[in-house]
Design a protein around this ligand. Structure first.
Ligand code: ZN
Length: 423
């Protein structure tokens, strides 16, 4: 086992760690706390993305009340010897897993529409929670019975620090979207239409900011412009790509000297789209990494976004029930080749289908957010309808979900749902 270069204490708050502070903002001046040479494996540990706000208990209010200014808590930054702007930082994901001796559970949530919202928030406005047991890489939940499978563990979030110039570009373009929404909410496609108004983007805020080991005097000023970790951007970031599991190699664009790599937000498993939003199966975890450099790789390969070679770690499923959706809203409004609407309709079809097998809508949502479902943009040219598909692996269920095989008497309980969205 490689030496642990970044250690966490899951029983201490993120800002009172015995080791180095994690960080939860992107800024070029957050100092590196780990030094890496290329070709030398190392182990990093990370807290779950909420920094321990959600526990292994039956209280869904923790999800409803989660403090979203604090997320995510990342390990690093790692300064890679020799890395310069314009390089690609090659990162081999050698191994990862739960912190077995300290934290052996994962959680999934549905955000309240008043705090976080999400992809299907108009259909599921109340916060909900399910707890997952991690038996090695095999996952199951007392809140979602008759589902059990091997997860494809991966970090939801990984990337290098932005340059000052890139950071300013992010802030400018995201503020433009926020302003546009303020002027004319209707102009923002695919923003939830319910009574509440989850933000269209998250501007910098000093509230909840943890700037790693930065000098407190400088940290406040930097936090005023530091990028939130919610979206993925050119440097990587919160990708939530389920296939970046053990054995994957990712090439991240380098924007600052030393790269300043950070990683966290581990998932025991996730479905394409992470449609639950308050998570895949969220967990604290370790990762073993090895770094290398492709000098001038951005120009040589013509890329300024990450590229990756997925590992071949399973599970591999051969049999699926696949659901289709087109770009026509639930109200019957025709949209023009809109894959977001189409994927939402495919997801809702899958949820209604699973309800007939005895699951509640929230349970079905948590299955689609956590199990390795395959989401595809199957068609983007057949005007006016985009076609998106959602392939649900049959092998994750302990019963047969084939069409025509319905046992309508099944009752599979429910997960933990708050009935009071306002708290
Ligand atoms: Zn996550």
């Amino acid at each position: 086992m490689p030496e642990v270069q970044f250690e966490v204490d899951v029983d201490s708050p993120p800002d009172e760690q015995p080791g180095p502070n994690p960080f939860n903002r992107w800024h070029p001046d957050i100092p590196a706390v780990v030094e890496a040479d290329t070709g030398e494996p190392m182990r990093l540990e990370a807290l779950d993305w909420t920094g321990g706000q959600i526990g292994d208990n039956d209280n869904a209010n923790e999800v409803r009340d989660v403090d979203l200014t604090q997320v995510h808590y990342l390990a690093g930054p790692v300064r890679v010897e020799g890395a310069e702007p314009g390089d690609l930082l090659k990162v081999d994901f050698l191994d990862m897993g739960p912190l077995n001796d300290r934290s052996e559970f994962g959680f999934t949530g549905t955000f309240s529409q008043q705090n976080g919202g999400g992809f299907l928030t108009d259909h599921f406005p109340n916060a909900a929670k399910s707890i997952w047991d991690l038996d090695g890489y095999t996952v199951s939940s007392r809140h979602v019975p008759d589902v059990r499978y091997q997860g494809k563990i991966h970090p939801g979030l990984a990337g290098c620090a932005p340059s000052q110039e890139l950071l300013e570009e992010w802030n400018e373009r995201e503020q433009e979207l926020i302003d546009k929404h303020e002027e004319d909410p209707e102009s923002i496609h695919n923003h939830p239409t319910g009574e509440s108004n989850p933000p269209v983007a998250n501007p910098p805020t000093t509230e909840g900011a943890l700037m790693g080991e930065m000098d407190p005097e400088d940290a406040e000023a930097a936090a005023e412009e530091a990028a939130r970790t919610v979206p993925p951007r050119e440097h990587g970031g919160n990708h939530d790509i389920k296939d970046l599991s053990i054995g994957s190699t990712v090439y991240f664009p380098v924007y600052v000297d030393g790269a300043k790599f950070g990683v966290g937000d581990f998932h025991a498993s996730q479905g394409d789209g992470e449609i639950t939003f308050c998570g895949a199966i969220e967990m604290a975890a370790y990762i073993d990494l090895e770094f290398d450099l492709v000098k001038d790789g951005m120009e040589k390969h013509g890329v300024d976004h990450p590229i990756f070679e997925p590992g071949n770690r399973g599970p591999t499923f051969e049999n699926f029930v696949t659901f289709c959706g087109y770009s026509v809203t639930e109200e019957g409004e025709q949209h023009y080749i809109d894959s977001h609407v189409a994927y939402r309709r495919a997801s809702l079809q899958a949820i209604e289908y699973l309800k007939k097998f005895g699951y509640t809508g929230q349970q079905a949502l948590h299955i689609l957010g956590t199990a390795p479902i395959e989401g595809r943009q199957s068609g983007v040219v057949d005007v006016p309808n985009a076609c998106s598909t959602l392939a649900l692996p049959k092998g994750i269920f302990e019963f047969d979900i084939s069409p025509g095989n319905l046992d309508e008497s099944s009752d599979r309980g429910d997960l933990l749902v708050t009935d009071d969205p306002l708290g």
